[in-house]
Design a protein around this ligand. Sequence first.
Ligand SMILES: Cc1ncc(COP(=O)(O)O)c(C=O)c1O
Length: 281
Amino acid sequence: MYLNGQYVPYEEAKIPVEDRAFLFADGIYEVVRVYGGRPFDLEPHLRRLARSARELRLPEPDLEGLTRVTHELIRRNGVDEGTVYYQISRGVHAPRAHAFPGQPVEPTVLVLTHPLTPEAVAAGERRRQEGVTAITVPEQRWARCDIKSVSLLPNVLAKQQAAEQGAYEALFVRDGFVIEGSSSNVFAVIDGAIVTYPACNYILNGIARQRVIRDARSLGYTVLEQGIPLAALDRCQELFVTSTTSEVTPVVAVDGRPIGDGKVGPVVRALQQAYRAAARG
Ligand SMILES: Cc1ncc(COP(=O)(O)O)c(C=O)c1O
């Protein structure tokens, strides 16, 4: 893996216990998918990393350097199908104090790769073919969900609740609207239009979300960036979630009630095909 300017064996990488990501979750991250040895949509992911850094007043990351590191790590680790994980924290500072260190400290910058096993790739394919189920949970996060911060406790608890109920994803509901998943964006097909919550401070503006909106518009669909009323789930024709790792995954039931006819619909199929063509190109 890459840690603070050096390539080090994964087992030997060390981060001091007083790193602010460990003590305060004071850090940001990104996840990029690797298809056939190539990082997909690397540039928008790194641009979002830089935005997250600015919003949290972290030093501006070196995006050219991180691009080189990405390709080098993929090469060194021989990643064909997998992910690249980036994390930047405000660095190490003792004694523990909430406010930023008085003197500038070097951020902790790490990049690592995870290969995806053929079984994991096949499981994703199966979810995309057959659809998944979801539950709804009340929104309990802060009002800056647009920042991709490692502070993910409400997301962790929501995903765990979904897992314990046998569901794939938990969908956050804020003020009566389904806004996004615990690790995905959510889209509904209502009266033929594709509806998804607008990019604002309440959701992460997913890189997959942005791609799917572009694809949908170029396929001729109407995309409305507005809230999906929870009450509209009973009358929507299709529902799906998007993310870098799950791509376009249909949701066929929410809280035990079927979406549409409970089968994977044609809009999802068209968008999956477009996404796949770009990713696998
Ligand atoms: C809360 C949340 N929303 C949306 C997404 C989807 O973002 P992306 O498409 O960039 O992977 C993620 C991804 O991890 C997420 O954690």
